[in-house]
Design a protein around this ligand. Structure first.
Ligand SMILES: *Cc1c(COP(=O)(O)O)cnc(C)c1O
Length: 372
């Protein structure tokens, strides 16, 4: 067998092999029962994940984007309303706001931690602001206590977009439990990933949870009794069964990610052309991504690729600078931190299956690049 010396950006097959028996058994069990939508597996995962977070309700939905849209819709947010989110995130966060019918209001990110800059939020609050969607980007919790203060002051909802932060903590509390509600994505590459699309909404509010559950399933009371029109956005049982298996490993995988991040930072801290990721003493980062700032970023990326190391950029174009948001009429200078990030940030491979030799190779290449 040929040995592949390349280091991919993510290694989902390697992860599968490490838990193959349990996964195969879980999937086989769903097929044997042939109950693919609704029922036991989905309910089990919803219960497991709610217990893991320490929250009253978890409602599985089809993906993380739907999770956000459904939250906004069920909160009654739409036409004429404004929702604040961060300039540097995946488009899904902003898309959900537009798809709910509301207006996206961008706030710049903090230059060091890449999450929404709390100092900038209040300037964007108007009498139309109905919600703030902070994103725990790269697995790093946003400054939720500052954001909650603003939310209380103006009586607006907080929906934590926790798609990149399963298991992350803010002052000893899991993210996803701190606002009105929170959304998760289980896209395969996330810290907790399914074998296809999947997502969830979590909340402590009983009535809100019930409405979400109905809305995501055609406004159903029972099979053919519908209280209102909703959508079809359900977590299926194969995904739920896979997620229940993987949830048991989440803490240990996150721990591995943290130790890889530490190792990277130790090895890279002496390179003056690089800024290693910062983390705060009162948060527990889950390093969905390990993001450095690099001088001559594109050349470095090319050099790594040429030597078999895949990297990513999260994200190469800040949302307000995308063609999709041209209609808002922003200039790149309106979001100086997000715009500056675009050309500096680089995501290095980080996943539990990454070996010390892999990291050594990557760090050596980076050292080599800046020496030459
Ligand atoms: C992945 C992601 C989403 C969307 O999740 P999907 O399951 O792909 O729809 C939303 N927000 C952020 C920050 C994400 O990283």
């Amino acid at each position: 067998m040929e040995i592949d010396l390349n280091i991919p950006f993510i290694n989902l097959y390697g992860q599968y092999l490490s838990i193959k028996n349990e996964i195969d058994q879980a999937i086989t069990e769903v097929i044997r029962k042939s109950a693919y939508i609704g029922g036991q597996h989905r309910e089990k995962f919803e219960r497991d994940f709610a217990n893991y977070l320490g929250v009253r309700h978890c409602i599985g939905v089809a993906n993380g984007t739907d999770a956000l849209t459904i939250c906004l819709k069920v909160l009654g947010i739409g036409q004429g309303d404004e929702v604040i989110t961060v300039a540097n995130t995946f488009i899904a966060t902003a898309e959900a706001i537009t798809n709910a019918g509301a207006k996206v209001v961008f706030v710049d990110n903090d230059p060091d931690y890449y999450v929404i800059d709390p100092d900038e939020i209040e300037k964007k609050v108007t009498n139309k602001t109905k919600a703030i969607i902070p994103v725990h980007l790269h697995g790093h919790p946003a400054d939720i206590d500052r954001i909650l203060e603003i939310a209380h002051k103006y009586n607006i909802f907080i929906i934590e977009d926790s798609a990149q932060a399963h298991g992350a903590e803010f002052r000893g509390k899991k993210v996803g439990t701190l606002g009105t509600a929170a959304t998760f994505s289980f896209y395969p590459g996330k810290n907790l990933g399914a074998y296809g699309d999947a997502g969830a909404i979590v909340t402590n509010d009983d009535e809100f949870a019930m409405k979400i559950k109905m809305y995501a399933n055609h406004g159903r009371v029972s099979k053919y009794d519908h209280e209102f029109e909703g959508v079809n956005s359900r977590l299926d049982n194969i995904q739920a069964a896979v997620l229940s298996v993987k949830l048991k490993y989440l803490d240990q995988w996150n721990e591995k990610r943290r130790s890889i991040a530490e190792y990277y930072s130790r090895r890279l801290s002496d390179i003056k052309e690089i800024v290693i990721p910062k983390t705060k003493s009162y948060v527990k980062d889950v390093y969905h991504l390990y993001v450095i700032k690099a001088h001559r970023r594109d050349e470095l990326r090319e050099y790594l690729l040429k030597n078999g190391v895949a990297t990513g950029i999260h994200y190469p174009i800040a949302l307000p600078n995308l063609k999709a948001y041209q209609y808002l009429g922003h200039k790149p200078d309106d979001f100086p931190n997000a715009t500056k990030c675009q050309s500096e940030i680089l995501s290095l491979p980080i996943y539990p299956e990454l070996t010390e030799e892999n990291i050594d190779k990557i760090c050596l290449l980076i050292h080599e690049f800046y020496r030459s």
